[in-house]
Design a protein around this ligand. Structure first.
Ligand code: FAD
Length: 388
């Protein structure tokens, strides 16, 4: 067993770290100010310029196959990169990527959806959740009824990330009511085909959207993958994000903890720095332990993905532990800062609000616990056999 990073991994980590230092950290003040005044943190054009700078360093399509111009760095490297990038709350992501399930496009769909998305010319959104079906995703009701060479879609989706900005959606609808989850199909639907969206205000700095479909006619060639095979695609999309959230939790919590350490050394009460109080030291120590545990959970799940192993159990553990850890660390770091921690002068409260959703989307805490316990109770996973 070798826990050392390879030279290439170290080089990538250090390059992303330098990029964050040089290009993103200086923007934090502007992002906070823009958001406080009701604007987006960074405008689309500024994001694009940053993505092009990153491209010059080789960071373009970090998970995109080479044949589409990507670097295709793989899950472990991606986890390492996310841990570095999430040291800042500046809403930045490298360009050149597309949702994993868009690779199920046929040749003709690739030209209209996959490639323009990779190139940043079109934006997608993933629309599974409905007002009556979130955790219980197999219970969606949006209907798709065949009419000649079209499918006619009716229903509502809710909490769709990028739903207000997207040019097209990958939307899931029931094409065969009798077959439950095996009667669900994924459709590629352009906004011009007639769906509407409404922004949803959340406690975070960005919001998802509700999507409305009223007799939206979708050509039959716009099915993504196979008819009635949509649910598998939906689960594939959701599954890929789970250990990413744990990786994000590591970077963000590390940055917050460093803020807590720095503040504890300079803030004095009753004649000495609060860093000399055991109450503060224990918050620092517990945070450090939990961040370290999350790091290895995330890397292990990513490594399993790289090896082509079934990551579902490991990814649920990493997501559950990591998202709770980040919330806990943010709470402690706010406590260490006292009243200052609660103000909008510092980014702690912003991060605190953003991280709360990590425990809700891509499978809630309770759903992760359900998966983990089910795997054990049914014997899909055995204790003591975690090392493969
Ligand atoms: C900011 C944001 C962005 C999102 N982005 C997207 C997106 O891009 N695309 C998309 O399709 N969806 C998206 N979602 C939806 C998200 O995946 C769902 O909100 C989430 O899966 C929970 O579903 P729900 O809100 O319907 O809650 P429910 O499923 O109604 O759950 C309510 C509560 O009951 C608990 N619960 C549910 N079932 C059980 C059970 N069997 N046992 C124990 N407890 C249970 C839940 O854990 C939760 O605490 C997003 C949500 C948010 C908030």
């Amino acid at each position: 067993m070798d826990f050392r990073l390879t030279d290439e991994q170290k080089m990538v980590r250090d390059t992303v770290r330098a990029f964050v230092q040089k290009e993103l950290l200086p923007l934090e003040g502007d992002v906070l100010r823009n958001e406080r005044e009701g604007r987006v943190g960074i405008e689309r054009e500024q994001l694009r310029q940053l993505q092009l700078k990153a491209k010059e360093l080789g960071f373009w399509g970090i998970n995109t196959p080479e044949e589409y111009g990507g670097a295709n760095l793989g899950p472990v490297m991606t986890a390492i990169i996310i841990m570095e990038l999430s040291h800042t709350f500046v809403p930045f992501a490298f360009g050149g990527s597309a949702d994993n399930i868009l690779y199920h496009c046929n040749e003709e769909q690739k030209q209209r959806y996959l490639i323009p998305t990779i190139n940043g010319e079109r934006r997608s959104c993933f629309a599974l959740t409905e007002p009556g079906a979130g955790s219980d995703a197999a219970n969606i009701k949006m209907s798709a009824v065949k009419d000649g060479k079209h499918w006619v879609l009716n229903g509502e989706k809710v909490f769709i990330t990028n739903g207000n900005e997207a040019d097209f959606t990958m939307v899931f609808a029931v094409t065969d009511k009798e077959r439950g989850a095996r009667g669900v199909t994924c459709f590629l639907v352009d906004r011009e085909m007639g769906w509407r969206s409404n922004y949803i205000h959340t406690m975070g700095e960005w919001g998802p959207a509700s999507l409305y479909f009223e007799n939206v006619r979708v050509p039959e060639e716009n099915i993504l993958g196979e008819l009635n095979q949509g649910f598998t695609l939906g689960m594939q999309w959701i599954g890929a994000g789970r250990w990413n959230i744990a990786a994000r939790a590591v970077g963000a919590a590390e940055r917050l903890l460093q803020m807590g350490i720095d503040y504890a050394k300079t803030r004095s009460t009753f004649g000495k720095p609060i860093a000399e109080r055991q109450a503060i030291q224990w918050m620092i120590a517990d945070s450090r332990v939990e961040i370290e545990a999350t790091r290895w959970l995330a890397l292990h799940a990513a490594w399993m993905a790289e090896e082509g192993l079934d990551t579902r159990h490991a990814a649920s553990i990493a997501k559950l532990y990591g998202s709770n850890m980040a919330n806990q660390v943010a709470d402690r770091v706010m406590q260490i800062h006292g009243g200052m921690g609660y103000t909008k002068e510092l980014p702690i409260e912003r991060w605190y609000r953003e991280m709360r959703v990590w425990r809700i989307f891509e499978g809630t805490d309770e759903i992760q616990r359900f998966i983990i316990s089910r795997d054990l109770l049914r014997g899909y996973v055995r204790l003591g056999e975690e090392l493969v």
